[in-house]
Write a protein that binds this ligand. Structure first.
Ligand code: UN1
Length: 524
């Protein structure tokens, strides 16, 4: 692959897409087969890396979505009856196929999202990891037995598949977040209908082609289906659709609230992974070298477009001055550049609208009393002076902010970090918790006592609480998600598989008597 000028020639893009099975005019809908002429509006996917066109996607509308659910419903009884360990073996083949396609998929993710190649490789690795995890899980969908209070009785819990579930994903992790849901849901015996972000359909199409082919080979085509389409059409339809036993949604709090309302009105189930507003606390006894590196990755990684990105750095007052200097020095060294260039640390934002939102956000922050310490401007030339095309590049920003600013309670999906000061740990924890979101949090300290307080019930109120590492970059083995406006869902590791199953409590009487629980007598 020619990475000259850190951008791909048109023919190379075409070859990459062809290797991944994507045509220049590509259907974005699959049910049994790829739909010939889906009913939605076609749209052209533009790379934020250089503003160039990647491919045109023929998107789906309501009827295409309905076809996809119909196909999923039809295959589901056979998938449900396929033993879980066998389902696991099929997911294992997906892990192998992803390993083979890792580099191509990573390049596509980089072209489509603008995240740097190292992070795109990490995203595919995250898929492989969760697939491997799901394979093991397929033999560990454990239920419990409990001692019954009645003689000759057995009391137990077991877990059954839900059926067809819907999965809505965001642009920033166009593949990994689907795999958290899909691989785990699949070994649990569910079918998954996927609506990816309108910004990143090509990654979804490539992943669907790869996994769908494996399912079809085993006679289970339709277990995974894909409907690229407008959120207002396909997403709305999904939320309202009673045939879906669960709607798993990742995105902004606004999107999640809408999904929760519509699904809630039909008393359906949701699994929500929404906005974060993640703080990192830096105590005076922290190791500054370690802390600054972690803060940099947390704030600037993925150009600040992870739900786990650091949005607020809380500095203990006695060291705040020196940390401001360390941070500005580190931020100055960030190489903004084309995301395929090996030296780039910060690629573009997803699109021009995101750049506009960042500029508007910074303006509002200044009006509220925030002071820009560094960065925030758009960038037209990379770290070597070469022109950057497409208009989506920005310089990561650091601000001096204060707790009275409304902006510190909002998630701005961009590399903008608020620096705030605190006196003692109690105040730091109060600041950490003083936002509507509750996804990720971190503390940097050399003190076991401070770390333990941060992790205690009177510490961080977030779903993720880290010590001496940043807020982002979670491993797949732990349950991922957050509290409050983050939506309360847990995906990926731990026991989050339970969200994709229904729990059944069964009591079996093998005696000839009929003793009633609670000692009730009800005899004739
Ligand atoms: C997201 O930004 O929606 O912990 C997911 C992380 C990644 C996943 C982020 N493993 O940053």
């Amino acid at each position: 692959m020619n990475l000259l000028d850190a951008s791909l020639e048109r023919t190379e893009v075409r070859r990459l897409l062809a290797r991944l099975g994507i045509a220049e005019e590509q259907s974005g809908v699959v049910h049994e087969e790829w739909a010939e002429s889906p009913a939605g509006e076609p749209w052209t996917v533009v790379s934020p890396a250089d503003g160039g066109d990647l491919a045109t996607v023929r998107s789906g509308a309501e009827e295409d979505y309905d076809d996809a659910v119909y196909v999923a419903q039809r295959v589901w009884p056979r998938w449900r009856d396929c033993p879980a360990p066998r389902r696991g073996l099929i997911v294992r083949e997906m892990a192998e196929a992803l390993r083979m396609a890792q580099e191509d998929l990573a390049v596509l993710i980089t072209l489509e999202t603008g995240k740097i190649l190292a992070e795109s490789r990490g995203e595919v690795q995250e898929m492989i990891d969760v697939a491997d995890f799901a394979v093991g899980l397929s033999r560990q969908l454990y239920g419990r037995t409990m001692p019954s209070e009645r003689p000759g009785h057995r009391l137990m819990e077991q877990w059954h598949p839900l059926g067809v579930i819907g999965c809505l994903t965001a642009f920033n992790f166009p593949a990994a977040v689907w795999s958290w849901n899909a691989f785990v849901a699949a070994v649990c015996g569910n079918c998954v209908v996927w609506k990816p972000s309108e910004r990143t359909p090509l990654t979804a199409i490539a992943v669907q082609k790869l996994c769908g082919a494996i399912l079809a080979r085993h006679g289970y085509g339709g277990v995974f289906t894909l409907v690229c389409g407008a959120g207002g059409v396909v997403g709305e339809r999904m939320a309202a659709d009673r045939r879906l036993a669960l709607v798993a949604a990742t995105g902004s709090t606004g999107v999640g609230r809408r999904v929760a309302e519509v699904v809630g009105a039909r008393l359906g189930r949701t699994l929500l992974e929404l906005g974060g507003n993640n703080a990192a606390i830096v105590m005076a006894d922290a190791d500054p070298r370690l802390a600054v590196r972690a803060l940099l990755f947390g704030a600037v990684g993925t150009a600040g477009q992870r739900c786990t990105s650091i949005r607020r750095i809380l500095l203990q007052r006695s060291v705040a001055g020196e940390y401001r200097e360390y941070l500005v020095r580190a931020w100055e060294k960030v190489r903004v550049g084309h995301p395929l260039a090996a030296q780039s640390l910060c690629g573009p934002l997803i699109d021009r609208a995101a750049v506009r939102r960042m500029q508007e956000g910074l303006r509002a922050m200044r009006e509220q009393g925030g002071e820009v310490l560094y960065g925030g401007e758009t960038v037209e030339r990379d770290y070597e002076g070469k022109p950057l095309r497409g208009g989506c590049y920005v310089r990561p920003a650091l601000l001096n902010s204060h707790g009275g600013m409304a902006a510190v309670r909002e998630e701005l999906f961009a590399p903008v970090v608020h620096l705030m000061e605190f006196e003692d740990l109690d105040e730091a924890i109060a600041l950490n918790n003083a936002v509507p979101q509750g996804l990720a949090s971190a503390i940097f300290t050399g003190s076991v006592g401070a770390a333990e307080q941060f992790l205690s019930p009177r510490g961080s109120d977030c779903g993720i609480a880290n010590v001496n590492i940043g807020t982002s970059g979670a491993e797949i083995g732990g349950a991922f998600g957050g509290e409050k406006e983050t939506g309360g869902g847990r995906e990926s590791g731990g026991d989050s598989w339970k969200a994709y199953m229904r729990r059944q409590t069964a009591t079996i009487n093998s005696s000839r008597e009929l003793p009633l629980a609670q000692g009730i007598r009800f005899d004739l």
